[in-house]
Design a protein around this ligand. Sequence first.
Ligand SMILES: Nc1nc2c(c(=O)[nH]1)N[C@H]1C(S)=C(S)[C@@H](COP(=O)(O)O)O[C@H]1N2
Ligand SMILES: [Mo]
Length: 219
Amino acid sequence: MDDHTPPDNKLTTTKRRWAAEGRFLTGRTTRPEAERLPPGQHLVRDWPVLDLGLQPHVPLETFSLRVTGFVETPLSLDWAAFTALPQTEVTSDIHCVTTWSRYDNLWRGVTVRDLLDLAHPTTDARHVMLTSADGYSTNLPLADFAAEDALLATHWQGEPLTRAHGGPLRAVVPHLYFWKSAKWLSGIELIGNDRAGFWEKNGYHMYGDPWREQRYSGD
Ligand SMILES: Nc1nc2c(c(=O)[nH]1)N[C@H]1C(S)=C(S)[C@@H](COP(=O)(O)O)O[C@H]1N2
Ligand SMILES: [Mo]
C-alpha cells in the first residue's frame, strides 16, 4: 500500500465509491446575494405551518427512527441513541412550493451523512423514501438527501422543534422545496428505483428544485 491509498475499511470504501459516482454532485454552486431568492418566491419573516390537518404527538419515550431497505446495517434508533450521535448546526434558507421563502434558519441535529455512515447504503441504493408519524411520505434521490447541508433536525434557533414544525425530529433538505423535508420523521427507506411520495402522487414534482421552479409534475 503506498502513502496515497486510503485505509480500506467499509466507510472509506463507501465514500470513495460515492465520490467516483458523483453522488453528491447536485449541481449546486454558491449564489450571489441578489440571486438568493428563487424565481416566483417571496420572503416572509414569520414561519408558516403546513401539514395534512394532523399534527401527531410523538413522545420521546416511544420515539423511533428506522433506516431500512438497501443498507448493510439497518438501524432502529430510540431517542437516546439518536441524540447520542454527533450534533451539527447548519444555517439554511427555506423555500416552500406555496411561494414563501424564509432566510437564515439555524438548525441543529444529526447530518444525514453521519447517519448514513452508520447504515452503510449498498450499491443498489439510489433514492430514499421518508415516512412520518402522520402518514406523510416524500421521495428524493439519495445524492440529494446526503447533501452536505442536509440535516435530521431536532432544534431550530436554539430551541427544540415544536410539534407544529415537526418535533421531535424532521428532515431539512434546504436545496429542494420544503415539502421534501418530512416532519415527524420516523422512517428512512433506501430504495433503487424512484417511487412517488404523498405530494408527488398528488401532482407535485418528483425532484422539486426551487431554482428550476419544479413545482408540479410537468414543470
Ligand atoms: N410529516 C409531514 N411532513 C411535512 C408535511 C406534512 O404535511 N407532513 N408538509 C410538508 C410541506 S408541504 C411543507 S411546506 C413543510 C412545512 O413545514 P413547516 O410547517 O415547518 O413550515 O413540511 C413538509 N413536511
Ligand atoms: Mo409545502
